[in-house]
Design a protein around this ligand. Structure first.
Ligand SMILES: [Zn+2]
Length: 253
């Protein structure tokens, strides 16, 4: 059993707040033209962030990511990116340094994740290739899933040119997860249902940042549905002493 040394980071719940005009987007290169309201979801001990926004019809987003990859998940509405139209439950994975232009075709509600540079923290798969960075469009119908755990993978850290994991995990009934550890930091955004961590109850619109290396378990009384973002590849450890498993689909299936 290894003990974490040095300053210990702890998980932090991020509460639901209203979306406002003129919020400070953490991606400084982001240009937003049109009607936008939003809020930033960020925990003090985590590099990861999320932004929940509602775009009015014809609002344009234009930016080049920095050294961190980002992901956008469409909650409702439709977002055009190049020749693709992303409707509800589709995602964009935006690799470091990739340029993106996206236009809302109607009122569109989305959540964007970002905030950690995988080239600084290579993780178990090493740093991604620095060349040919691109934007992946992932539609829900094309997502591989692990039906045993109710998990849809939009990205699983296994791309040659990025290390992002974006997954959606859901259960329709009460659930109790095993106690476990992920080696990578996570940002979890609750879409619906209840997610209970100790005495804390997370509901729709709430989030929690869980630092890599922290052992935790969660439970749900009525079922749940959440998005989980990681910027680097991760190892999953179940019970203490169990061998860690690389969290890419090929190893989890
Ligand atoms: Zn990629």
């Amino acid at each position: 059993v290894t003990e974490t040394t040095g300053q210990k980071r702890s998980s932090a719940v991020i509460y639901r707040e209203p979306l406002v005009a003129g919020f400070a987007h953490p991606s400084q290169r982001m240009e937003m033209r049109g009607a936008v309201t939003g809020r930033v979801l960020r925990a003090p001990d985590s590099d990861l962030w999320a932004v929940e926004v509602v775009l009015g019809e014809a609002t344009e987003l234009r930016w080049r990511t920095g050294s961190d990859a980002e992901a956008i998940y469409v909650l409702s509405g439709s977002l055009r990116a190049g020749d693709d139209v992303l409707r509800a439950d589709s995602a964009l994975i935006i690799e470091p340094g990739a340029e993106t232009v996206a236009v809302a075709e109607e009122r569109t509600h989305l959540i964007q994740f970002g905030g950690a540079d995988a080239s600084n923290r290579p993780g178990p798969l090493g740093a991604p290739s620095p060349d040919d960075h691109k934007v992946h469009v992932v539609h829900r119908a094309d997502c591989p899933s692990l039906s045993a755990t109710g998990t849809l993978y939009y990205a699983d850290s296994n791309c040659p040119t990025c290390r992002v994991t974006l997954l959606r995990n859901y259960r329709h009934v009460a659930h109790r997860s095993p106690s476990h550890i992920h080696s990578a930091d996570e940002l979890i955004y609750v879409l619906s249902g209840d997610v209970r961590l100790g005495s804390q109850v997370l509901e729709s619109g709430m989030a929690v940042a869980i630092p890599g290396g922290q052992r935790y378990a969660f439970r749900s009384e009525d079922g749940f549905d959440f998005l989980n973002f990681r910027a680097e590849a991760s190892l999953y450890t179940g019970q203490p002493g169990e061998p860690p498993v690389l969290e890419v689909l090929a190893h989890l299936q």
